[in-house]
Design a protein around this ligand. Structure first.
Ligand SMILES: [Cu+2]
Length: 135
């Protein structure tokens, strides 16, 4: 094996290792879990603008991810599981916004600021969270 072949093999191994890291990361830093005990984990997630956050139901009951309309940065688009366009619409059809066990819901946060949200059926248990989007 000559030096060039060896170099090529080393580069290949490094490339594979980097690829494995990128693929295995899974974007866990941008995930909020709905956990048993009726809470969002982490309760506050900080991301940079343009990040897509995945909300995943890791519990054995249904939850919603429903933005508090009054806790959105000015001009930011409304978001809610079930695709509702307003908090009122989401509250009028709670079942339509429920994520069952294992279900995911993604939101891309383009605008900096703090976004507050709630799980409607567990609002009484303070199942709320926030996403802080930095420039
Ligand atoms: Cu809930």
């Amino acid at each position: 094996m000559n030096a060039f072949t060896k170099l090529g093999l080393v580069m290949l191994v490094i490339g594979l290792a980097l690829g494995a890291c990128a693929g295995g990361d899974g974007g866990d830093d941008n995930t909020v879990a709905m956990q048993s005990g009726q809470r969002f984990e982490p309760e506050t997630l900080t991301v940079s603008a343009g990040t897509t956050v995945t909300f995943v139901n890791d519990s054995d009951e249904g939850h919603t991810v429903t933005a508090y309309e009054e806790e959105l940065p000015e001009g930011a688009p409304y978001f809610s599981s079930g695709g509702f366009e307003s908090e009122d619409a989401a509250r009028d059809d709670v079942a339509g916004g429920l994520l069952s066990t294992g279900e995911e819901f993604e939101v891309t946060f383009d605008q900096p600021g703090t976004y507050g949200y709630v799980c409607i059926p567990h609002e009484g248990s303070n199942m709320t969270g926030s996403v802080v989007v930095e420039e």
